[in-house]
Design a protein around this ligand. Sequence first.
Ligand code: ZN
Length: 362
Amino acid sequence: MILRTQKIELNPNNKQSTLMSQHAGYARVAFNFALSSFNAGLEVDEWRTYQDIKREFNAVKRDRFPWCDGLSQNASKNAIHNFGDALTRWKSKQNRFPTFRKRSGKCSYQADNGVGTVEVYKKRIKLPKIGWVRMREALRFTGEVSKVVVSKRNGRWFVSILVRCDSSNYTHQPTLFDDKQPIGIDVGINTLATCSNGVKYENPRPLKRYQRKLRRANKALSRKSKGSQNWQKAKKRLGAVHYRIGCIREDTHHKASTAIVKRASAIGIETLNISGLLKNRRLAKALLDSALSGFLTMLKYKADRRRVSITQANRFFASSKTCSNCGHKKTDLTLSDRTYHCTGCGFECDRDLNAAINLCPV
Ligand SMILES: [Zn+2]
């Protein structure tokens, strides 16, 4: 059995989108109820499990939240389960202690009631208490639908569907090119990816245009007084720009990573300096770096699906400073040096290409 997720945009009518908002609100209320109940338990030295909390919630919900009657109880049930998972992760030190969900925060809820409880037919999905909602595209995978999460972003509704696929249908994807070779990849700001075979994947031009828009939207927001009507509007506008940038970036990353993995027999990548990133106070730069680590993650899972081995270089490996011809290490390389010129052997080559060759496996 193989698990696959697909996120699809929904095309709900007005009534349906109102209902989805109400369900997301219900999930938020249930999660916050669970958190305060757990905190109250801690005060009297009692460890309440999520099962205890669920029982408590079900006993009082009709009195305290009478409006929940027309809604699917899966929303609250799954929210309390999620709280339980968050507690487990906190206990095993994977996460910080859960915090209360805000009305202005993420708007989402889990709609299913276990494996096989939500029906998907062509470009439609049947959500409990909401009915058949149109989807922008059909589900790509065949199998049992096991988890359905509805979420809202930038005024649009999405559904993320987890499918349990029969593994015999998905052994591995076919080999498409005969001339496969090991490829090293250098990722960067101006050029998204430089491959050791000389192929470059540029970042698309709209990205730069939207970077400027982002800066302007940020400035506009900072000029408004916090919490005011105009501040809310500016915040929405900023969110829209972020969303657009995210979409363009994700699209580029998908296209480049698929193209690379299709042609590679083995892949070598670098390790991005994430701790260095946290010290960086410039927001835009930090966002970009996290986007690059997202690109590397994409390369990893796509390589894995095609059974292409992937090696990640040691964090301290100086792929840019080392000469790919003789191994000489240059200590005075600055970011503005676009060409690598080796003082040891006289080798000269594009800076990113030199790094990519260094990262190439074998
Ligand atoms: Zn050299």
